[in-house]
Design a protein around this ligand. Structure first.
Ligand code: FUB
Length: 445
């Protein structure tokens, strides 16, 4: 059966860039994202969660051996540049400590400085955690670790900020948040250590991330007011404060992931919040995945609270696999999301539509300016199913009915259509049967 759809532009998305769904890295655990714009790309420096086991880290705790760096020019396609620093290649790191926690990276005079907290083997560097630096000529490396950690830092989660006057600052946490000036060489402290005592007195604070915008210095940090972390911020007139507490950037995880850890960046005119959640590991919150959502400032400089989404940010090409399970909205009943494979969760999720009127909406699909002859679904359904494809929401114009034949196995099913489409559209898929169809993804050809 052939259908003709002539779409019009939706004015909603005007930025014209392509972005990923959440989580953004889909083949390994990633946490504690630090993002930077270097040249015309965005670089992501996350921690790399793995599972501890007997003789490898502390059972049931964070376990991290190394760091990878990723980059993207369009925020959809992320390239893994591979491992840049690993614990046993740094002499002063306690072998097999598996404590390569939340890092940061910054550029100065053409050199890239990668800061990482970890556990030193020698108490001369202090007990617990301290911060090392590895230096590269390019953001993707190779990085050369310095032979000693930064003297004077005890703690985790380093963050480096360079002010407009060229002065660099380093922040870190150890229950409280601390800050100090950095020397021009970026590897030594240039001042005493300041405790940023104006931040909340009660509850763990960690993961500082400082930005400056329109003369306001934002000290942002995860804070445990009630059992798990909430992203909060305070503002001030100077990089070392004093800071005035303002409020939350992102509320606590609704599913109880204990940590959150973030960074924020302006890329091609839009601000983004990168953070993490245990998407691929719902029963163990020390195996996390990086997410990103758009972030907006109010006219007075305050930050609008970011509501985490599965859809993530930006535009998905119609010809790419559209993961409906990373939906923008769905009906309260008749639409459920589950893992495709409960053993290998990196296979992702599928959407089940099993009630007449059950729907799932996926926003901002870019059709370019082309003709499409097929809709291809990777699906499994026990009996033939009709799906309505609507433009906009579940009450929107019906564009076509997709008659999906039965298939007891996961299968790529091609359904002929005639689509002349241009521009960006929100799509809603509505079930016309109670039988139940499972959809892994849909794409247009
Ligand atoms: O990833 C290990 C630790 O968990 C980080 O250093 C903290 O910020 C928290 O995310």
């Amino acid at each position: 059966m052939k259908f003709k759809m002539v779409f019009s532009w939706i004015a909603l998305m005007s930025c014209g860039y392509l972005f990923a769904q959440n989580p953004i890295i889909r083949n390994q655990y990633t946490a504690d994202p630090s993002v930077r714009v270097f040249g015309d790309k965005i670089f992501l420096f996350p921690s790399h969660d793995i599972f501890s086991e007997e003789g490898k880290g502390r059972i049931g705790w964070f376990c991290m051996e190394d760091y990878h760096v990723f980059s993207s020019a369009n925020l959809t396609d992320w390239q893994d540049h591979g491992m840049i620093v690993t614990q046993n290649a740094v002499d002063w790191v306690r072998p097999n400590s598996y404590s390569m926690w939340a890092p940061d990276c910054i550029e100065r005079n053409g050199k890239y400085y990668f800061y990482y907290p970890t556990s030193p083997k020698d108490t001369v560097y202090g007990r617990g955690f301290t911060v090392g630096v590895a230096i590269a000529d390019k953001p993707e490396g190779p990085y050369k670790p310095q032979s000693t950690p930064i003297k004077g830092i005890r703690g985790i989660d380093p963050n480096v900020f360079i002010d407009k006057d060229g002065q660099a600052y380093i922040y870190w946490s150890q229950g409280n948040i601390y800050g100090a000036k950095l020397k021009e060489n970026m590897i030594e402290l240039a001042s005493e250590v300041f405790t940023l005592a104006e931040l909340p007195k009660q509850g763990l604070k960690e993961g500082p991330y400082v930005i400056e915008r329109n003369g306001i210095y934002y000290m942002t940090y995860p804070h445990v007011e009630n059992k798990i972390e909430r992203l909060e911020y305070a503002i001030g007139d100077n990089p070392l404060g004093p800071f005035k507490i303002v409020g939350a950037i992102m509320d606590e995880s609704p599913t109880g992931c204990w940590t959150n850890h973030h960074s924020m960046v302006e890329f091609k005119g839009q601000w983004y919040l990168f953070y993490h959640h245990n998407d691929y590991s719902p029963n163990f919150d020390k195996a996390r995945s990086v997410r990103a959502d758009s972030m907006f400032f109010n006219a007075d400089g305050t930050i609008q609270k970011v509501i985490p989404t599965l859809r993530g940010i930006g535009v998905t090409k119609a010809t790419d696999e559209i993961q409906l399970d990373r939906y923008s909205e769905k009906s309260g009943t008749g639409a459920t999301i589950s893992f495709v494979d409960n053993i290998d969760k990196f296979k992702g999720w599928s959407t089940t539509l099993d009630q007449i009127g059950g729907w799932v909406k996926y926003n901002t699909v870019d059709f370019g300016n082309s003709k499409y002859a097929e809709v291809i679904l990777k699906a499994r359904n026990l009996s033939p199913t009709t799906l309505e494809l609507r433009s906009g929401d579940f009450k929107g114009t019906v564009l076509t009915n997709l008659e999906v034949p039965a298939s007891s196995e996961w299968k790529e099913i091609a359904i002929p259509v005639t689509i002349n489409a241009s521009g960006i559209h929100h799509l809603t898929f509505v079930s016309k049967q109670n039988a139940g169809i499972e959809i892994d993804w849909i794409r247009f050809k």
